[in-house]
Ligand binder design. Sequence first.
Ligand code: ADP
Length: 482
Amino acid sequence: MGSNPTPSASVLYMDLSFILKRVKGITLNSKEVKKGYLFFAIKGTRFDGHNFIREAEERGAYAVVVERPVSSKVPVIIVEDTRKALGKSAHEFFGKPSERLNVIGITGTNGKTTTTHLIEKILLEAGEKTGLIGTIYYRLGEKILGSGRTTPDQITWHRTLKEFYELGAKNVVAEISSHALDQYRVYPTRFEAVLFTNLSQDHLDYHKTMEDYFASKAKLFTEYESKVKIINADDTYGKRLLKITHGEIITYGKKGDLKILNFRTDFRGSALRIAFKGKEYEFSTNLIGDFQAYNLSAAIAYALWKGIEPDLIQRALKCVNVPGRFEVVHSDKFTVIIDYAHTPDAVENVLRTARKLSKGKLISVFGAGGNRDREKRPLMGKAAEKYSDLIILTSDNPRDEEPEKIIEDILDGISEKDKVIIEADRRKAIKKAIDMAKEGDMVAILGKGHEDYQEIKGVKYPFSDAQVVKEILGGDGCIGKD
Ligand code: ADP
């Protein structure tokens, strides 16, 4: 209807562009409202922003954006979907930064962090300033702009893109989680490229079913604009995605447009041979693990599509540092690796690789996060049992749950119970594994990767697997890094 907002309580349906020119700021947190701000009421899983209208008003909101009628002293703007409206507004409010950058979005259950780092490395090698948004941090080169959720909320997303742009970035490569897609946190970004790695069981506490999980991931390919879509054609869900998406598509995999011809991985690194558009290429890297064939292929597919010279890509991939992703932190008589794997599929992948690389026994140390997807716990136990000679079950981030209860859930999936030692104290569990390791063995510490805290009953205590290993064994823990 486009009528002017009045200071009295009124319900208006209007184009938000009009009001965005007049507000001082936008927020979805009623506590952050300042005079002249536009407040967006978002209905989350725990809280509903519609219950905080009074607080927003009291703090001086210029107007509030809602999905259902509320009574208020300030103008009320009703929209169909406040999350989408917030995305659109943040995009506009921060000057449409995604349109001035090449934004590359990567989604999938596993491989997002690794693939973002690979693409970042290639673009940096090509001399282009590139920002990175993901699980570990939001950073531009050495400069860390922040960290938080894998994919930030709408405001942080568009504001961070703006910051990257103002700092001279040409590209931003970002992990896009399924939660983020479901909640339209990156809406309405225009991507240069979107990539799909794979889909396996995770986050079923949130998504309930695999179908729902897949539907969220698929949104990046069906509801967002992008110049090219790069999809793993060896993955069952990747194949399904191919049926519902349009535009320029490049597949990778054993029979993909980018064809994986050969992949070898050993303790020192990996070598990949691929064919693309009638030519063959070889790449070598310090990264280890069978699954790296896919992460490398995804990144290479993007780079070749973009026209980056193959020898430059080869140079870039030689040495890549992805913290906490099959990170070798000790290698002497025996080897210790740290990995972020916290899903059954990821545990399976890491330990399969570790099994192959270990010349002696494989000792795995892990737990599972509290307050989250319980169904995955026995499956993680099962995957670990398949490859480990010894399993030390411990705590991950127990959050509000009892660590012993989580350990029992994992134990349910393990049939050979005599393979298992239970030590709920993570530090002691790591120490135990290291004390038991003999020449040629491999110790795999899983679940937390780069994290520098352990979350117990609402408190984040400082804790780093790498640091603990360093304290026990000494050394600088710096193998396989550039
Ligand atoms: P994400 O950011 O999607 O969680 P990461 O790149 O951090 O993915 O990898 C997490 C863990 O998942 C790795 O340490 C490894 O164990 C496993 N992993 C990585 N890439 C893949 C892949 N392409 N397929 C299966 N597992 C993978």
